[in-house]
Each structure stands twice: as structure tokens, then as C-alpha cells.
Ligand binder design. Sequence first.
Ligand code: 4AD
Ligand code: MG
Length: 439
Amino acid sequence: MAGNRKRWSDRLYIKDLADRVGETHILEGWVQFTRKSGKIRFLGLRDGSGIIQCVMVREEMDDQYFDLFSQLKQETSIRLTGVVQASDRSQFGVEILAKEIEILGISNQFPVTPKEHGVDFLLGNRHLWLRSKKQVAISRVRSTVIQALRDFLFQSHFVQMDSPILTQSVGEDPSGLFAVDYFDLGTVYLAQTGQLYLEASIAAHGRTFCFGPTFRAEKSKTRRHLTEFWMLEAEMAFFDNDDNMDFEEDMIKFVIQRVLEQSEWYLRQLERDTDRLKSCLTPFKRLSYTEAVDIVQKKGSSVQWGDDLGAADETMLTEDSDVPAFVYNYPKAVKAFYMKNNQEDPRTVKCADLIAPEGFGEIIGGSQREDSLELLEKRIKEENLPIENYEWYLDLRRYGTLEHSGFGLGLERLVGWICGIPHIREAIPFPRLMERVTP
Ligand code: 4AD
Ligand code: MG
């Protein structure tokens, strides 16, 4: 069989077999499950493009191949030759009648079996857990979401401008920084955001985005927090806060539509109620922070005007419908220094958080940026930030300042919501949590 080795670009995968009924093909992959029914043997073969049921019948294959069945334990890697047959139960509408099997790598007692395991055990075996059905489905949805986001941005005339990970000036909460010892320059920090650099890049390109790992040394052990997560950030010249919300809403709908089109099989593996996602293709809710406080107070929240909204408040705000909600114009005291002052109510800033429905909480934080040199300098001083680190940022207001807005989207929060998984640690291949950095 090895003599038949095909050039990579000519190889066929499980996903390519749908319209090849009657043809004989060679597949390489891993045994996901085996099952006996009378004289027939079944195995589920996974090759990365999908999973397919292979049927073994003694009369249809040599004994030397049929007798290998007992060695085909979960996650054994094999090369299998067989005939494609129609089947209405499978992912691609076909199954394989096996003819020859070659064992490539044995696997005895694979630790992550389909039975229930504790979370610690699963996280400790994350490198193996990634192969299980639900985890495969989540990774596939994540990949589709990433591609959809990029497609939407590129078709909307964005330029990708990657931002640095090692930074001196901070962006968000200075207490949540990871410090790194940096040669003779002393301490530098892992980036919490690429926003300030994106703001520099829009004066060159108009609309820019960056997408990469982001670090927060937050001591939060919640189902929504990672210490390292992926953030997509976009920045747009000549956008105000309303343009920003319109853009975010269109982008999220584009992503959901794409996932429904391309990853429905995987959402089904996750038992996701896709009708709830389809409801999000209608207009999102928009309410001011002040309206939001009023609503949650009536529902029993103890939040007072001026406080940040907590996770429970965010859940209350979206519990009556399936669409996400924007909450705009928060008090300036609970938001970052760079947000634009709201002249209509100077206690507040022009910003908006997008809250996902079903209790998934904030998935996007965005704002219009302060474009006045004077006001920005004042805010940096008020927050006691080291002004010398922000001189370059202030230059952006000295040379051709402009109305502009942008946002950051937490990829794992979006994927967690779309997949309907309770904890975002499963929405990233190798989660970094306060108490875990292995594997
Ligand atoms: O609201 P945040 O802190 O906003 C910023 O960093 C802005 N500078 C972004 C910008 O305007 N360019 O973070 C943005 C998003 C949040 O809405 C949330 O989805 C996600 O990042 N996020 C986290 N995700 C996982 N774990 C954490 N610890 C997160 N912290 C924020
Ligand atoms: Mg935020």
C-alpha cells in the first residue's frame, strides 16, 4: 500500500468521499470506537477531516485482516482500504466496507474513554482529550469562527497590523499585568491589548485589526476567565460609537451565519440548540448603562448607578430574549482612560459592551476613543498612569487626530457561547488558568 503513496494535494480524506460510492480508497486515521453486532464488526475512523463508520465482514476480507479487529483499540492508528457505500447515518452520507487493514501505531488503554471523567483528569490529559468527539467539534467551530472573522474583516477593507506582545505602556487594568524581566530595560509586560498600537496604525490604513494571544493576570477563577486568551481587536478611522456597534453586530451575525452553514454537524455533536443561534440573526438590543441599571435593579440586583455590572447582572439583561444586547455609555470610573468623554452626560464615556444571551456574558468591549490631546492627557494624569510611557500615544492626537472607534472580541467567549459550553477552558486548545499551565 505504501507504494501507492499520493502527493499530498491528491490525497482523499473522509470529507471527500460523499460522491464516490462504489470506489475503493485508502484512508489513514485513528480508531475512535469499535462495536460488534453478530458477525459484523464496526469501527469509527477519524482522519481529521471527519469521522466515518467502517464495516468489517469476514466474507468480504481476508482472515488476516478481519482478525486484526481485537487489536483495534481506541486511538490505534491504521491504514484502511475499502469500498465507499451509501449510509444515511453518517456525517457525509457514506460508510466504508473494509477490505484491508494495516495497524500503524497501537494504542492500549487510551486514558480518555467515552465514560465520565473528572475535570482535573481531563485537563491533565488535555493533549489526549482533544481527540474526543465534543472536543473535536469545539475546535472545528473555533477554526470556522476564526476564518469567518478574518473573512469579514478582509472583505470590509481591513489591513492586519500585528501588535507587540512585550510592551511597556499598559492598556487596561495595570493590576492585571504579567511582568517579564527584559535585559537592561528592566520590567516589561505581556500585552493586555493591542489597541493603542492599532490606533497608531489606522492613520496609515484607515481600518486595521490584530488577532493574537492576550494576557491578564486576573485572579478570577470563573468560567469566563483565562489568563491567556485570544482577542480579535479592530480599529476604525472616522467611526463613532454607533458605527462601532453597527459594525460589531454585522460581524457577529456574519460569523453565526457562517457557523450555521459550515459547522452544523459539529453543533449537533455538541447538542447545541441551533434555533437559539438563528434568533440572533435579528436586530440586537441596545440599552444605555443607565437603562440597564434600572432593569437589573427591578429584577433584584443590588447594583447602584456607578458600579460596574457583574456577571449576574449581565445574565439578567439578556434572559428575556435570545439576542445579544449592547450596553452603552458606562460611567467613566469603571472604564479605561482612553474612552471618549460623553458630552451629553460627562459622568459617562462613549463605549459599548456586547453581552451574549443565555448567560454567556460580555463577549466584546469597545468604545469611541478620546481624540482630544488635552482631555486624554488629563485622563492619563487622573488615573496616575506614567505619562512618559504614553508620549507616543499622545503623538497620535498631535498629528492628525480624528474621530475613531474600535473593539476587542474575546474569541473563547464567542466560541463558548456559539458551542453552548459552560466553561471557556474548553474553547481553547491548551487553556491557561490560574492553577494550571500544563500540558
Ligand atoms: O473589555 P476588554 O478588557 O477590552 C480591551 O482590552 C480593549 N482594549 C479592546 C479594544 O477596544 N481594542 O477585553 C475585550 C474582550 C472582553 O469583552 C472579553 O470577551 C475578552 O476580551 N476577555 C477575556 N476573555 C477571556 N479571559 C479573560 N480573562 C478576558 N478578559 C477579557
Ligand atoms: Mg470589558
